[in-house]
Design a protein around this ligand. Structure first.
Ligand code: NAP
Length: 277
């Protein structure tokens, strides 16, 4: 599908992407960029990249597609920095977990012949770094590809085809729709997991059963990655928090009134919803 793909940021997502692209033969060459030679050596050894470089300009020259897989707050500055070095007709894409801020900052602002298409693969884990990368991370998953007013249709189609091959399914939606949905199903649950940890005293933690470990697994996620995600999607996240607060208030009232019938109705309803997933 591509002659050269360059991936900037070889962590869990960037490394897994390199492995998947090479395994599925979706590019003739995959070049990786990291700040650390040790990451490049490791990425080459596991087969995530054909070649690595710490020299950004060298690594992107000749790339038909550059994928930014760094923490969210670095994506816009990297895209702006590399765009002037790319050939006309090249594509820049990203895998950041929030989309509106990134897409708005990039779509109108890159040199004309370089197109930007945002994506968010809905696969991952709380682990990080190249050692967590896996060739099968995206198998059977879904990738959101964003379409905004200025998205180039040919570029969108190419990126969507790439992700259909990598993940199996790629859906197109606006950056705003993406951010609102992800606030509810990803960002809020992560925040709740961090809050659960904050709300539980040390003595109780010693007794934590499996259910507590399951409910707080994502509080093991990297704080440096998640502060960006929370802040860049804070408006949608605040709305999701208000909805969650209403559920908490409702249960609090049911408990304070010892309303068994009401509590049972609430639990049956939410239990049935969970069973539909
Ligand atoms: P990660 O494992 O921590 O990898 C991040 C990579 O970015 C590392 O390879 C690191 O490379 C590089 N990096 C970090 N700080 C940098 C800096 N200041 N300058 C240059 N490079 C830097 O994180 P990840 O989970 O792969 O996340 C990467 C992106 O994917 C994020 O935008 C995230 O929102 C998105 N995403 C994550 C998940 C998930 O479940 N984790 C799922 C979907 C999308 P070196 O230290 O080797 O230079």
């Amino acid at each position: 599908m591509f002659n050269q793909v360059t991936i900037i940021g070889l962590g869990l997502i960037g490394g897994s992407l390199g492995l998947a692209i090479r395994r599925k033969r979706l590019a003739r060459r995959v070049i990786g960029v990291s700040r650390k030679p040790s990451t490049l050596r490791r990425a080459t050894r596991i087969g995530a990249i054909d070649e690595g470089s710490t020299d950004l300009r060298r690594a992107v020259s000749g790339a038909e597609l550059v994928i930014l897989a760094t923490p969210v707050d670095l994506i816009v500055s990297y895209a702006k920095r590399i765009a002037p070095w790319l050939q006309p007709g090249s594509l820049i894409s990203d895998v950041g977990s929030t989309k509106a801020t990134i897409v708005q900052a990039l779509e109108h602002r890159l040199p004309r012949p370089v197109a930007f298409v945002g994506t968010h693969p809905l696969a991952g884990s709380e682990r990080r770094g190249i050692d967590a990368a896996s060739a099968t991370l995206f198998d059977g998953s879904l990738c959101v590809v964003t379409k905004a007013a200025a998205t180039n249709p040919q570029a969108l189609a190419r990126v969507r085809r790439l992700w259909s091959r990598i993940a199996g399914r790629a859906v197109v939606m606006s950056p705003r729709e993406h951010d609102q949905a992800l606030a509810a199903v990803s960002h809020l649950p992560h925040l709740v997991a961090f809050c659960l940890m904050g709300a539980t005293n040390h003595g109780a933690l010693m007794l934590a059963p499996r259910s507590f470990l399951d409910a707080t697994r994502v509080a093991k996620s990297d704080p440096d990655l998640w502060d960006d995600i929370f802040l860049t999607n804070r408006i949608a996240l605040a709305r999701a928090l208000r909805q969650f607060q209403r559920q908490l208030d409702r249960t609090k009232t049911l408990l304070s009134r010892a309303d068994r019938a009401g509590l049972r109705r609430f639990l049956k309803h939410t239990h049935a919803l969970r069973l539909t997933l």
